[in-house]
Design a protein around this ligand. Structure first.
Ligand code: SF4
Ligand code: SF4
Ligand code: SF4
Length: 272
């Protein structure tokens, strides 16, 4: 039963956060929210240990759909980066701020870009596209993410400076339109570059937070150099072009690893 310790510990961590936030903020929503996410992730890890091939996709759908449909559309929480700026400017420590702190700013110090592999509702759709393994070399277009990052900040700052009315409503529409644009851009780029994750590599503004924090991630895929025969299969199946055979933190595209475990699954020598 030892191998199931990780999902049990993960569930306990999430339950602790759920109960702590429920009691300190006197809001039952936090108990439900973090319990649901903890259960979904623990179920995914459990299925992964059982070697179920679609474990990651199941977690991605459970968490991604919950955030997009329930939190975003039904509860009108803008969980996009504009929502983060909005709640930060208003000083409200609400779902979007907590979500960013846990999943995208401080959490990556522990679990790297696990968010991108297991929970993001944009990638949840992009991962259904046909180019699971990039068919073209990586482009030098990563600078675009800084423009989209700055644009999201300028957009929300401008709303505040202009004293725009009914900001809640504007943020809800920004969530709908922003998501539609993300999906459209993501699908077009995937087909243009023959790479499902092209949007993640070049456009996504959230990577401005994710990449530097995940550089220090505790959870990393490492290579046992004694077992490795340098066949290159891990590199060929990686959706993010990571050189996982290099154990240093400066490995090529190291901050892009989404912990999808395709390299681990495909290594013929179980070196990862
Ligand atoms: S890079 Fe952006 S779009 Fe891609 S999975 Fe991560 S958060 Fe989602
Ligand atoms: S797939 Fe395994 S054996 Fe082949 S290069 Fe990668 S780590 Fe080494
Ligand atoms: S294939 Fe391996 S190195 Fe590439 S993103 Fe997935 S876990 Fe990371």
């Amino acid at each position: 039963m030892k191998k199931y310790a990780i999902p049990v510990v993960m569930l306990m961590v999430f339950e602790t956060v759920a109960v702590a936030l429920w009691l300190t903020k006197d809001n039952l929503f936090y108990l439900f929210n973090f319990s649901y996410i903890g259960l979904s992730i623990s179920l995914g890890v459990f299925l992964f240990i059982r070697k179920y091939r679609h474990a990651r996709r199941i977690v991605q759908l459970l968490v991604g759909l919950y955030m997009l449909v329930y939190l975003g559309l039904i509860r009108s929480e803008n969980m996009q980066i504009e929502g983060f700026w909005y709640y930060l400017f208003t000083g409200a420590f609400e779902a979007a701020t907590i979500h960013y702190a846990v999943a995208k700013i401080f959490g990556p110090l522990l679990f790297g870009r696990g968010w991108c592999g297991y929970a993001c509702w944009t990638a949840m759709v992009l991962d259904f596209l046909p180019y699971k393994v990039p068919e073209q070399p990586r482009k030098k277009l990563g600078w675009i993410r800084y423009i989209t990052f700055a644009a999201s900040l300028v957009f929300v700052a401008a709303l505040f400076l202009a004293h725009a009315g009914n900001l809640e409503r504007i943020m809800f529409w920004a969530f709908l339109i922003g998501n539609a644009l993300y999906y459209a851009a993501g699908i077009i780029l995937a087909f243009a570059f023959h790479d499902n994750r092209a949007f993640c590599k070049y456009i996504c503004p959230i990577t401005v937070f994710l990449k530097p924090m995940s550089y220090f991630s505790l959870l990393r895929v490492k290579c046992d150099r004694e077992k490795c025969v340098s066949c290159g299969k891990c590199r060929r199946v990686c959706p993010m072009n990571v050189d996982v055979t290099d154990n240093s933190r400066k490995r090529e595209n190291g901050t892009e690893c989404i912990l999808c475990m395709e390299c681990v699954r495909n290594c013929p020598k179980s070196a990862l």
